[in-house]
Design a protein around this ligand. Structure first.
Ligand code: TXE
Length: 480
């Protein structure tokens, strides 16, 4: 059985404990590889390696540093099929989705930040007749990057690319549920000639490895994507150590549909925004709010299309929804469907585990589920489910839908479907979310700031925000 290694100081190494954890293929419900059960000793070795690599990496000419990162991007593209296959086996998502979205976006991340680093400019401010100020931005040192399981290589590179491009060295931990693509990535780093210690990947459990990264005194910035509860623990540990923190957490995103929208586009995109990646994307629109005059028609068309979505073997070309990431996560999603029933909801379609024939007979599949008839303030409509479950609710007026949309503790993204230009802009300004999509979903321009409001996180990633996060500003004031 394949055994994943840590990547420390430029070498593939076993965990110091010698212990391994089982890595499960969620579509089959079977162990298919082993990953290091690392602990604080491995993090210590990785942090020492990162610290000693820092000086030469941060002082390397920008063009040379960028060329290594660009080479990694090329190698990701070369290995697209293998990486997409591995991500699908690890995570349960349709391989087609990994091939068309996740892996291409991973190489795009590397390329974007590699080239961005060559365009960073220093600011200067003239105090007329008195002084000139100039600002330098230097890499913060060793960064800790902790990533989740839903978009494994995409979110892993989303964190490490700006850190490395800024001149930081990194100790990173992918999710223990989906370690395979980060392991393959470490081999690509070696092939691309990334100097030893610049990136260190320590596999293992959040409570052991993740916690040790957050606590390590040498690591001065933490970039984390994951659940809000974990984010709180990380903030509580890192804040008293005065570490820089970027937390990308959960969402309960509204998808607002006005009667004057282009219905066909709203329907087909809403199917994607509800069920892509089995609903395991923090940006999924899990609360669909429909203007009352369109409500009945929308629900009936949406349910019809949902029933047509093929749930099954992630490696099958025709599959639209694969397996959920783990048995535990599947149970969590199913328990929310039970809760919705107790709260008075009607299951318009789905609502149960799906048994797939053949090799996937023991996999963790859940039917895409549409729930109607729930009030706005019930738990089903307030808490993040993170699965193929959406609720649909009617609204009558613009002010009412804004209040509904803003009623949760989260504020990550929102989508608005309307052909009324003024209304679109009005809503965009009143919705408390880090990103607002008007008549679209999941379009990303990597130059824009990305992140959530309220309990969806603190800090912004993307573009200059990410490059700045991994650097420290210093102002020099020169008397004229
Ligand atoms: O994520 P965790 P979980 C949401 C989603 C999901 C819930 C819990 O609602 O049901 O979070 O998922 C590492 N110190 N999202 O528990 O634990 C962990 O090993 C440091 C939203 O699987 O947050 C992994 O690498 N690190 C989301 C990473 O944190 C710790 C994506 C994320 O895992 C740690 C995933 C600790 N104490 C889940 N404990 C999104 N925003 O996209 C765990 N980790």
């Amino acid at each position: 059985m394949e055994q994943i290694s840590n990547y420390v100081n430029g070498q593939l190494v076993a965990p110091i404990s010698g212990s391994y954890l089982e890595n499960i293929n969620p579509a089959e419900g079977k162990v298919y590889s082993l990953l290091p059960d690392s602990d604080e000793r491995d993090v210590e070795t990785a942090a020492v390696a990162a610290q000693s690599a820092f000086q030469s990496w941060s002082q390397m000419p920008l063009a040379k540093r960028a060329s290594i990162l660009l080479k990694i991007a090329d190698l990701i593209d070369r290995d697209l099929e293998l990486l997409a296959f591995s991500e699908s086996v690890d995570q349960g998502k349709p391989m087609k989705l990994a091939e068309s979205v996740d892996i291409p976006r991973a190489s795009a991340n590397m390329r974007f930040f590699a080239t961005a680093s060559m365009h960073m400019a220093a600011e200067s401010h003239l105090m007329e007749g008195e002084a000139i100020n100039y600002t330098t931005r230097t890499p913060i040192g060793v960064a800790g990057c902790i990533s989740p399981w839903n978009l494994p290589l995409y979110l892993f590179t989303w964190k490490i690319a700006p850190a490395l491009a800024s001149g930081c060295t990194v100790v990173a931990k992918p999710s223990e549920l989906t370690p395979m693509t980060a392991f393959l990535f470490s081999k690509l780093c070696m092939e691309a000639g990334l100097p030893a210690g610049v990136l260190n990947i320590v596999h293992g459990l959040g409570k052991k490895v993740g916690q040790a990264i957050v606590e390590h005194p040498v690591i001065s910035a933490i970039s984390f994507t994951g659940g809000t509860v974990t984010g709180k623990t990380i903030a509580a540990t890192a804040a008293p150590m005065f570490k820089k923190l970027s937390l990308e957490l959960g969402g309960k995103n509204p998808n607002i549909i006005f009667a004057d929208c282009d219905l066909e586009e709203a329907l087909s995109t809403s199917i994607n925004s509800s069920f892509s990646n089995q609903g395991e994307i923090c940006l999924c629109g899990s609360r669909i709010l429909v203007e009352r005059s369109l409500y009945d028609r929308f629900v009936s068309d949406f349910v019809k299309r949902t029933k047509d979505l093929a749930v099954g073997d992630p490696l099958d070309e025709t599959t639209r929804l694969g397996a959920l990431v783990s048995e535990g996560h599947m149970q969590k999603v199913l328990s929310y469907i039970e809760l919705a029933k107790q709260e008075g909801g009607t299951i318009a379609c789905g609502g149960e585990r799906v048994k797939v024939e053949g090799r996937c007979a023991s996999g963790y599949f859940v039917a895409p589920t549409v729930i109607t008839g729930l009030p706005q303030n019930c738990r089903t409509n307030q808490e993040e489910i993170f699965g193929p479950v959406v609720t649909i609710m009617p609204f009558d007026a613009e002010e009412e839908v804004i209040a509904f949309a803003n009623s949760t503790a989260y504020g990550l993204s929102a989508t608005v479907w309307t052909n009324n230009l003024k209304r679109a802009h009005r809503l965009a300004h009143q919705l408390k979310s880090g990103i607002i999509w008007i008549n679209c979903w999941l379009l990303r321009d990597l130059r824009t700031p990305f992140g959530g409001m309220k309990q969806s996180g603190v800090g912004r990633e993307g573009g200059w925000e990410a490059m700045r996060f991994f650097t420290e500003a210093k102002n020099v004031c020169v008397k004229l």
